[in-house]
Ligand binder design. Structure first.
Ligand code: A3P
Length: 259
């Protein structure tokens, strides 16, 4: 199993990532005013948010989410396989990224491109990451949850320290083109969160359209949607048994207070 690909102090997956591309994205990639970026530390609910934003775009019609893989609908900026999809794409782009603040495209800071940042309780991020990465062939895997916990505290895990990632990105929270959401709020009251996203993106949904967005982005619907549940992840990336939607948490998590 390969170790990580290290770039500027950040461990990236050793497969599907290249230093030159990560550097080029920071220095040369031009974000356009009409672009929307879903930004997360891994395992924070990124794909759930992508599914919701896709459904908002189609006003709740599930055709798109049921016919196109999620990583083609919202390609990963820093992944060498999906990055080319973004360069040639015309019109408003939906983009996913796990990049830490200091490696994000510099062009963002003088653009009106919108960023939605989703934060999740680090205990759940940790456990989710432990089970998910151990089914992939992307980097070295820990021998136990305890080992992974130690790596996590030091930031020696994919995309670096959760603490640094969230601290740096949260510094943007007063900006008009930045929306901060939490997984826990999204779980507790999905409808209100969808409305918040619509306001931020300048979209309007009729009540029945909103209900369709809710229905098709639910845990169960996503778990059954092969375009979104990672059952199409290729063999070179993951072994059999990789699941994105592991567990539907009914247990309540503490809410965030961003004031
Ligand atoms: P668990 O591993 O705790 O189950 P990411 O998309 O950033 O990799 O995050 C994956 C986590 O988001 C998983 O957490 C998964 O269950 C959760 N998730 C994905 N879709 C969801 C949905 N529709 N509703 C609630 N949680 C969802």
């Amino acid at each position: 199993m390969p170790d990580y690909l290290w770039f500027e102090g950040i461990p990236f997956p050793a497969v599907e990532y290249e230093k030159e591309i990560i550097e080029k994205i920071r220095d040369k990639f031009v974000l356009r005013d009409e672009d929307t970026v879903i930004l997360t530390y891994p395992k924070s609910g990124s794909n759930w948010l992508v599914e919701i934003v896709c459904l908002i775009q189609t006003k709740g019609n599930p055709n798109w989410i049921q016919s196109v893989p999620i990583w083609e609908r919202s390609p990963w900026l820093e992944n060498q396989g999906t990055y080319p999809l973004l360069i040639n794409k015309e019109g408003p782009r939906l983009i996913s990224s796990h990049l830490p603040f200091h490696l994000f495209p510099k062009s963002f800071f003088s653009s009106k491109a919108k960023v939605i940042y989703l934060i999740r309780n680090p205990r759940d991020v940790l456990v989710s990451g432990y089970f998910f990465w151990s089914k992939t062939k992307l980097a070295k895997n820990p021998d136990s949850l305890r080992t992974y916990f130690e790596w996590f505290l030091k930031g020696n895990v994919m995309f670096g320290s959760w603490f640094e990632h969230t601290r740096a990105w949260l510094s943007m929270r007063e900006s008009d083109n930045f929306l901060l959401l939490s997984y826990e709020d999204m779980k507790k009251d999905t409808k209100s969160t969808i409305k918040k996203i619509c306001d931020f993106l300048g979209k309007r949904l009729e009540p029945d359209e909103l209900d369709m967005v809710l229905k098709y982005s639910s845990f169960q619907a996503m778990k059954e949607n092969k375009m979104s549940n990672f059952s199409l992840v290729p063999e070179n990336v993951a072994s059999n048994g990789l699941v994105l939607l592991r567990k539907d948490f009914s247990r309540m998590r503490p809410q965030w207070d961003f004031s």
